[in-house]
Design a protein around this ligand. Sequence first.
Ligand code: ZN
Length: 239
Amino acid sequence: MSISLSCIFCKSHEASSLAHIVPESLGGKNAPTGRPGVTCDSCNQYFGQKVESKALQSFPFSAYRMMRGIPSKKGRSVRMDTELGQLEASITPGVIKLEPQNDQLKAFVGQGRISQFHLIAEVSEPLAVARMLLKIGLEQLGKNFYNVAVSDRMSEARDFARRPGRGDHWWFILRTEPREILANVQDNTSIEIIEQEDVLVSVMRLPGITTFVPLEKRALPPAEKSLSAPEFRIIRATC
Ligand SMILES: [Zn+2]
């Protein structure tokens, strides 16, 4: 028996049958898929082009993909411009190529005088990342609790993911542990929806990165000092 559901985002198109909830560019090939899908093709395409591409090219996901050697969906390796020149991921996790910016740097590298990189760990695209996390969370919710995902309870999260208005804001918590990113562990990507003080929260776990995003706007971020920074940070996204 096949059941056709309407898309949890636009509610007007029929959802496609299969979709990766966690983007493949985050190693989501082995991650759970939505079956039956809860997102239509056109919303999927919109999120892919307007939200995910930006989010996946920014910290922490860019660094994650570079360090773990995960190519883009089109098979391109991740590149990042730095003061030293362009960094490019290789297929070996943890091995990164550097194209030095000038001859002086080239000589330094040749002499082994540059052996360390410091990647700036600022979330440069908080809005795109927040929207992507909401999209992922709503899809996961829709997979098991479709009726909740399409209900009015989720309308603020849905609107923020789809088209946030000027001045709209959201927040999420990011935990990064660089050593875990580099550790040679399986891509045990997981996504789960938990309920905390009556608020649904989506928790995504990748090796070395965990994100917590509330799916309801009334949730207030925890007190800054209750988090053990810099491992945990509250990231605010404003449109
Ligand atoms: Zn749709």
